[in-house]
Design a binder for this molecule. Structure first.
Ligand SMILES: [Zn+2]
Ligand SMILES: [Zn+2]
Length: 288
């Protein structure tokens, strides 16, 4: 499931060609991602008690296979990878300034488990933002380094669970493995079937096209999409009912595979377009 080093390198190239504004950040994230792939072998496989897994019936009602907050991961290796990634960051312009704060942020722990890693598993973005302010780090940098340092452990878990899943039984918008929200979507194949990609464990699962994965709303009047100007194969799907959106990459027009952390940073302009659009709509609705 983990994309290999070649596919990371070729995606970095594709992104730089498609949108030169992202060439540098894609190269940087690609380098960090490659480090996570190389570190994966050092991670101890987590103990997963499949006897404790939710029943088929519970899963058919939308219970994900596991609860990421309860996972016992290889914290030692995750901490070592975090420090290694921070070390690489210091070689970047402005990186040195943030490195000290990043190391202090990791030191906050509870029973030997870094509190902020727990916050990532709980999708507690507020705790991460607060820590970023406290330690004077850019929030996206802190989020990225935390996510990447947990990535080998999470991908291992996802792979072990994935082999036991029947995705035909799953029709929900949250991740069948860990219950987190999707980060990206893609269209592929004839008719453009939609696949969602988990924000935490990067598991991919099919999901119907005309429905919002966040609130399950399928009223077409509340669903719309936007494209960035002159950009083939990229769009953002919006839901007017819950105010969420998802960025979509059309793999019939752009080369795959989806590599969540890379494709996410290379589409930040779509986040801005989506957020502005949803803000304006809120305003329009207020106007009457
Ligand atoms: Zn997941
Ligand atoms: Zn919605």
């Amino acid at each position: 499931m983990s994309p290999n080093l070649e596919s990371i390198a070729s995606k970095v190239k594709v992104i730089g060609k498609r949108n030169p504004v992202y060439a540098e950040i894609a190269q940087w994230v690609g380098d960090l991602l490659s480090e996570t792939v190389q570190a994966a072998g050092k991670f101890r496989l987590p103990e997963l008690d499949f006897d404790q897994a939710p029943s088929l019936e519970a899963r058919s009602q939308g219970r994900s296979f596991l609860d990421p907050e309860k996972l016992s991961l290889d914290w030692e290796q995750a901490g070592a990878l975090y420090k290694h990634l921070v070390d690489l960051l210091t070689k970047r312009e402005n990186g040195l300034k943030q490195a000290e704060g990043l190391l202090q942020a990791l030191a906050k722990d509870q029973n030997g488990i870094p509190k902020l890693m727990k916050a990532v598993l709980a999708s507690d973005f507020e705790a991460i933002e607060t820590a970023a302010r406290e330690f004077k780090i850019d929030p996206p940098v802190l989020t990225l380094i935390l996510r990447l340092s947990l990535r080998p452990a999470l991908l291992n878990v996802a792979q072990a669970v994935f082999e036991r899943l029947d995705l035909n039984q799953w029709s929900y918008g949250h991740c069948p493995v860990c219950g987190s929200a999707p980060k990206l979507a893609d269209f592929s194949g004839e008719g453009g079937m939609r696949t969602l990609h988990c924000s935490l464990c990067e598991t991919a699962w099919p999901y119907t096209r005309l429905r919002c994965p966040f609130c399950e709303n399928d009223n077409r009047e509340d669903l719309s999409y936007l494209r960035a100007e002159s950009e083939e194969g990229l769009r953002v799907d919006l839901c007017n009912r819950c105010g969420h959106y998802i960025k979509t990459i059309d793999l019939r027009e752009l080369p795959g595979p989806i590599i969540v952390p890379l494709d996410d940073v290379a589409t930040w302009h779509l986040d801005i377009i989506a957020q502005e659009n949803l803000e304006n709509r809120k305003f329009d609705n207020r106007q009457g």
